[in-house]
Design a protein around this ligand. Sequence first.
Ligand SMILES: Nc1ncnc2c1ncn2[C@@H]1O[C@H](COP(=O)(O)OP(=O)(O)O)[C@@H](O)[C@H]1O
Ligand SMILES: [Mg+2]
Length: 266
Amino acid sequence: MTNSYIKQDILIKAENVSLSYGEKTILRDINFEIKDIIRPGITQGQVVSLIGRSGIGKTQLFKILAGLNNPSSGKITLHSGKPVKPGDMGVVFQNYYLFEWRTIYQSLELAAKKNPNFKGHDIKKEINKYAEQFQLSEHLSKYPQQLSGGQKQRVSIIQQLLNGSSFILFDEPFSGLDVLVLEKITNLILQVSLSDEFKTLIIVSHDIETAVSLSDTVFVLGKEGNKEGATIKKEIDLCSRGLAWNEDVRFIPAFKETIAEIKSVL
Ligand SMILES: Nc1ncnc2c1ncn2[C@@H]1O[C@H](COP(=O)(O)OP(=O)(O)O)[C@@H](O)[C@H]1O
Ligand SMILES: [Mg+2]
């Protein structure tokens, strides 16, 4: 099966990003480019995964990518050439931080009000639409402590969709979910990527299989020999391997080979 596509403009660029705490180097010389993928006749955003072992520095890189932490050296720039700043990217943290004293509806309303594309009267409709799609309709009047982890995660995702972020960063979106919820969240992330040509989803994860099954491009974060600090050891273009945009990707032999290849460099 051939899927025609072009990788075009650079949307996000990491240049020589390093991070140290005192004498300890966490990230070293990280360089990568996330490009806009165009598929003729198909509305399709980008899904990129950063894969690495636990403790390697994924959350640190996540915060730098989101503009929430500064690297010790190097920079992250956007398509405009400007450095990323807080608010440029929607972030879905691992602990799904929500305001405890606001109902789910109030949290979502606050997010939607930040979106200049929504006029006042549209907001309720938009919230109800997403709540239905993400199976949260009956939970809108509840408070976060009344929701399960999986439900809070879905609320966090809707928040980012409502506020209109073109880039959404996810930190370990698959951890701590049971199999059925994992399947749901995987499908939702795919739906989101298909919702808008300009949406770019960046997933930081140690779950190799799930990340590969969702992505069009994978960056593997690991250590090189005895050098201190993690760097990008490999970039894998899943489109060219026929592993992108395919629901049954897990059954393709190249999928297993790719997983083994990633494990060998982790
Ligand atoms: N404020 C800090 N000072 C020193 N070391 C830190 C600090 N925050 C995180 N680290 C270290 O950075 C490393 C990477 O952490 P993290 O990015 O959370 O890993 P991952 O998300 O891949 O599991 C860990 O060794 C951790 O101990
Ligand atoms: Mg982490």
